[in-house]
Write a protein of this length. Structure first.
Length: 207
């Protein structure tokens, strides 16, 4: 069976930084778990296609295979966990979720993400953003941003902070599918942004 607590935590390490790669040793240190345990689980994930690896000399670095159905399911479970934790802690979260639900009944909304104090709406009806905002009571508490799918993925790829600190509030599956389509670009962009540091990391830089 796939998806126990340890396996979810391993996926979460990679999920928190989709544009980076990690050695098994780095993952074991981040999770504060013994190397043999993480090595066994990581090799299982490689066999299952949840992880991919980049060979570097005699070692390798791993990253999430967003083209894998199993990887996306595990990621979705983590995203749902973040959403449930947010709802449980937020005193006004029920109002927020109800508002998003009501807007989704009136407009074609693909997904909604919370990022700090911004609500990111991915919609094919970006031209109706003024109507959505006029019907919403959320504007006093949140900045409302509107993207179509293509512009959202561009924004996501270029914003490392968003990649880590978002919460998907509406339609997790669709959001995961959009992100999976730019998985290769996430890794390449992450390496390019690090310039020379990327080479050191791929060579087994410890974290």
């Amino acid at each position: 069976m796939i998806g126990n607590k340890l396996e979810q935590s391993i996926v979460e390490v990679f999920q928190d930084d989709l544009s980076s790669t990690y050695s098994i040793n780095q993952v074991s240190k981040i999770l504060k778990k013994s190397y043999p345990i993480i090595n066994k689980k990581s090799n299982f994930f490689l066999k299952e296609g949840v992880l991919k690896k980049i060979n570097v000399g005699k070692s390798y670095q791993c990253f999430l295979n967003l083209g894998s159905d199993k990887a996306r399911v595990l990621m979705a479970l983590n995203e749902i966990g973040k959403k449930e934790s947010f709802i449980a802690k937020g005193k006004d979260s029920d109002i927020l979720m109800d508002e998003i639900s009501q807007l989704s009944k009136k407009f074609s909304i693909d997904t909604v993400l919370l990022y700090k104090k911004s609500l990111i709406f991915v919609t094919s009806e970006v031209d109706k953003k003024d109507e959505m905002m006029a019907l919403s009571i959320l504007t006093k508490d949140y900045t409302m941003l509107f993207f179509d799918k293509e512009r959202f993925t561009e924004y996501f790829v270029g914003n490392k902070d968003l990649q880590r600190y978002h919460i998907i509030l509406f339609n997790v599956d669709l959001c995961m599918n959009m992100i999976s389509k730019v998985s290769d670009r996430l890794i390449v962009t992450g390496m390019m942004n690090q310039d020379g540091k990327a080479k050191g990391k791929l060579g087994g830089k410890k974290r």
